[in-house]
Write a protein that binds this ligand. Structure first.
Ligand code: OSB
Ligand code: MG
Length: 376
């Protein structure tokens, strides 16, 4: 397939409200938008990395650097026929999964556009609509938390996920159950804030009939999670600990979790995300699509992925307006019915880039062309 040149742009957008997790707060987000051009088409990828290495080891800067110095040059050197090959071509670079995923995502989009087919279809997605939930950050007070839950339930979101950390857990969850009852689809995400020493608190959460508890223990652990799952009724869902299909295989073998959250960036791209999806389906492990506070390009990729059939649990891909006053794509990503997003049927990711919004929030820009060394 033809890839003529690639551009990198960094944009920074303010968030409509602060988002707080157990590892930090966000008031704005930086995105690297990678555009791959070929045969008159443009394919887009968006970096999931945060500005600080507190969720995983990558940052906006490391993603830019890895793309420019290693990943884009490797791709230019290779002669690829289809996006399936990109992950293998980049595999000699250790980790840096979010950097790899930006490039691979743009190539998937470009290829789908060159084929005139929706990305979802090329990935093997069958759903025409996906069910979505919302992730609620740690709030300053319980009344504020309850107000947010109420607002998102009114908007029809199919899953309410709340961030927890030691000290902001049992009371918060208990208050939500008391106010909205046992029927609402509720889960908690700890972002690795607990250890096995907190087992009493984690077991106390069993009382609240949560859909799952996401990544309660260390970011790279699957052993302690297995110990925890063996004494917990609540399903454990892994996020941070799963970087590949191999990680997923080991976690399933050890019974470290009953559910897996798939994030395209965390696992190094759509091909590996698909591999994890397929492996989980074989083992009867349901998956859902996680989020990294994406703008429109990242959301569009998530929607395409979540159209695959083992994404049976509503994901974190909420509407653009949940985080952004105006998004980088048109049409904006919106709910087509309460808690539902329609999978687009246009070629590629199915959303156009808004160059005016990109220009307005542009931080820097660089064109990466094929260097003489790469051509040789
Ligand atoms: O753990 O899922 C997470 C945001 C940033 C980093 C990690 C996580 C999150 C979220 C938000 O929960 C999901 C979203 O709405 O994009
Ligand atoms: Mg998470």
């Amino acid at each position: 397939m033809k890839i003529e040149h690639i551009s990198l742009r960094q944009v920074r957008m303010p968030m409509v409200s602060e988002f707080t997790t157990s590892f930090g707060s966000f008031l704005e987000k930086d995105f690297i938008i990678l555009t791959a051009y070929g045969d008159g088409e443009a394919g887009y990828g968006e970096s999931a990395a945060l500005p600080y290495p507190f969720y995983n080891e990558e940052t906006t800067e490391t993603v830019w650097y890895m793309l420019k110095e290693f990943l884009i040059p490797s791709l230019f050197k290779a002669d690829i026929q289809s996006p399936d090959q990109v992950a293998d071509i980049l595999a000699h670079v250790r980790r840096n999964n979010m950097a790899k995923a930006v490039l691979e995502g743009a190539i998937w989009d470009l290829y789908s556009k060159q084929q005139g087919k929706p990305l979802a279809e090329l990935l093997g997605g069958t759903r025409k609509e996906i069910e979505v939930g919302v992730s609620i950050g740690i709030q300053k007070s319980t009344p504020e938390l309850l107000r947010k839950v109420e607002q998102y339930l009114e908007e029809g979101y199919k899953k309410i996920k709340v961030k927890i950390k030691p000290g902001v857990d049992i009371d918060a969850i208990s208050a939500i159950r008391k106010e909205f009852g046992d029927g609402i689809p509720l889960m908690a995400d700890a972002n690795s804030a607990y250890t096995l020493q907190d087992i009493d608190t984690l077991r106390a959460l069993d009382e609240f009939n949560l859909l799952m508890i996401e990544q309660p223990l260390e970011h790279d652990d699957i052993i302690d999670h297995a110990k925890l799952q063996s004494v917990l009724n609540t399903p454990v869902c892994l996020d941070e600990s799963i970087h590949s299909a191999e990680d997923a295989r080991k976690a399933i073998e050890l019974n470290s979790c009953k559910i897996i959250n798939i994030k395209i960036g965390r696992v190094g791209g759509l091909t590996e995300a698909k591999n994890i999806h397929d492996l989980c389906r074989q083992h009867g492990i349901p998956v859902w699509c996680g989020g990294m506070l994406e703008a429109g390009v990242g959301r569009a990729h998530n929607i395409a992925l979540a159209s695959m059939d083992n994404f049976t649990i509503p994901g974190d891909t909420s509407a653009s307006s949940r985080y952004w006053a105006e998004d980088l794509v048109e049409p904006e990503i919106a709910l087509s019915a309460p808690g539902i997003i329609t999978v687009p049927d246009h070629p590629g990711i199915g959303f156009r880039l808004r160059e005016d919004i990109i220009s307005k929030h542009l931080v820097r820009e660089e064109k990466v062309s094929m260097s003489p060394i790469c051509r040789g």
